[in-house]
Design a protein around this ligand. Structure first.
Ligand code: 3PG
Length: 219
């Protein structure tokens, strides 16, 4: 049984990350050189919280480069599945860490880490393991497959003080219905960074998607 509890410092750092921008682009980089122009394009469209996934070898380098180029953005890491990856991402400068699922090892490390953890869950049992350690914010993944908006509405019954970042299968037009829920603080997705636009270096196109996605939230 663990006696570790999420530190208040990390909790408030998490709050700062989660309340900055209601959209979190899930970014996969095929080329390191795309990192900065892509981050700048998203920021120009108003999206300033960035999740760089560990799905290519460029992730750590991209995090370091983005921290330097965009000091006003929140630059985090996604697809973290092991402690080694968590530590390497912190060394690279990641300001938050997102995991697709939860292990006790990662949850415990996250309670005292440098970069705060947003653990991934898809069920209430997983949520309760994190809740016991003091976590009050989770990635809900894969959101659409795991029950979508109705599931999150149901989660608010027993856990009204827990907030979620639903991600997985969400498109721009679906984000408003998630964000209308009292327990959704931000929505994540790769729709904000289509690979074909990144490959083509269509940074204006990326800015447009970011801006239009944010606009949809105001309607
Ligand atoms: C993730 O890692 O969070 C997901 O792959 C993002 O899901 P999406 O590609 O369906 O938006």
């Amino acid at each position: 049984m663990s006696d570790k509890l999420l530190s208040p410092v990390l909790q408030s750092r998490l709050d700062a990350v989660l309340t900055r921008c209601p959209l979190v682009p899930v970014i996969t980089l095929e080329r390191l050189d795309d990192a900065v122009p892509l981050g700048q394009a998203l920021a120009a469209g108003g999206v300033t919280t960035l999740e760089i996934t560990l799905r290519t070898e460029h992730a750590y380098g991209a995090i370091t480069a983005l921290r330097k180029a965009l000091p006003d953005a929140w630059v985090g890491v996604g697809t973290v599945a092991t402690l080694e990856q968590y530590r390497a991402a912190e060394d690279a400068g990641a300001q938050f860490v997102i995991t697709p699922g939860s292990t006790l090892e990662l949850l415990e490390y996250g309670t005292q880490a440098q970069a705060p953890l947003i653990p991934g869950i898809s069920s209430l049992s997983e949520l309760m393991e994190g809740y016991r350690l003091g976590y009050r914010a989770f990635k809900f993944f894969p959101a659409e497959v795991a029950g979508g908006v109705p599931a999150l509405k149901a989660f608010a019954g027993p856990f009204p003080n827990v907030r979620f970042v639903p991600t997985g299968g969400i498109q721009a037009h679906m984000a408003p219905s998630y964000l209308a829920l009292s327990n959704v603080v931000a929505v994540g997705g790769s729709w904000l960074t289509p690979p074909d636009l990144i490959r083509a270096g269509d940074w204006a196109g990326i800015t447009r998607i970011a801006r239009e996605s944010l606009e949809m939230l105001k309607k």
